[in-house]
Write a protein that binds this ligand. Structure first.
Ligand SMILES: [Zn+2]
Length: 203
């Protein structure tokens, strides 16, 4: 696939988070390098930390609980900040919170397990002054609602090299964590790397 000129590439190691700045018009490609790895994603207006991609507003604006090609990622001000251009998987989640200290403490009795909340806050530290982490989009998370309205979480459908491609509609700061959950099927019981690639389609 010819995406244009690659501006930057950032590998997110297992159990970590990374942030990246994206200018308006550039494309972000998020690659599931080894397959079956969820990426917890948050996105801010680079010029105003008070505006971020908001899953609850997305569900309202899209009137849907699934993401399709051409859909916008809407902000808490109901403005589209990104657009889904390509998607080789087709199943993602924008319902569940990032895993956090309390998830591992309350549900598993663990004090020191890595978690997406802290990894995302760390990735944003010094980049943009975030007081509270927004709810994430969980790319590649295989979370479906059954006919009774109950959630069923299974291993991601993503194979090595699968990806989503998003167009930035404003100047943005994005942070993504390789989800640290290794005790449930969310990541196929194994945490692996992801890769962010920024392309400039104009050059
Ligand atoms: Zn997580």
């Amino acid at each position: 696939m010819d995406w244009g000129h690659k501006v930057e590439e950032v590998v997110i190691p297992p159990y970590q988070g990374r942030s990246i700045q994206i200018r308006r018009g550039q494309h972000l490609v998020l690659v599931d390098v080894d397959g079956k790895q969820v990426g917890d994603f948050v996105c801010f207006n680079a010029h105003d930390v008070g505006e971020w991609v908001s899953p609850v507003h997305m569900r309202a604006s899209l009137a849907s609980i699934r993401l399709k090609i051409g859909d916008f990622l809407y902000s808490n001000r109901r403005r589209p900040l990104m657009k889904l251009i390509r998607d080789t998987v087709g199943v993602h989640d924008f319902f569940f919170p990032a895993c956090d200290y309390w998830r591992y403490k309350v549900d598993f009795g663990l004090e020191d397990h890595p978690n997406c909340h802290d990894n995302l806050m760390k990735a944003l530290d010094g980049v943009i002054p975030v007081a509270m982490l927004p709810d994430p989009i969980n790319w590649f998370m295989n979370n479906r609602m059954n006919g009774d309205g109950d959630y069923v979480i299974s291993e991601p459908l993503s194979k090595p090299g699968d990806y989503v491609e998003l167009e930035a509609l404003d100047d943005l700061v994005v942070a993504i964590a390789t989800c640290s959950q290794d005790m449930a099927p969310v990541n196929g019981m194994k945490v692996t790397r992801l890769r962010m690639e920024i392309f400039d389609p104009q050059s």
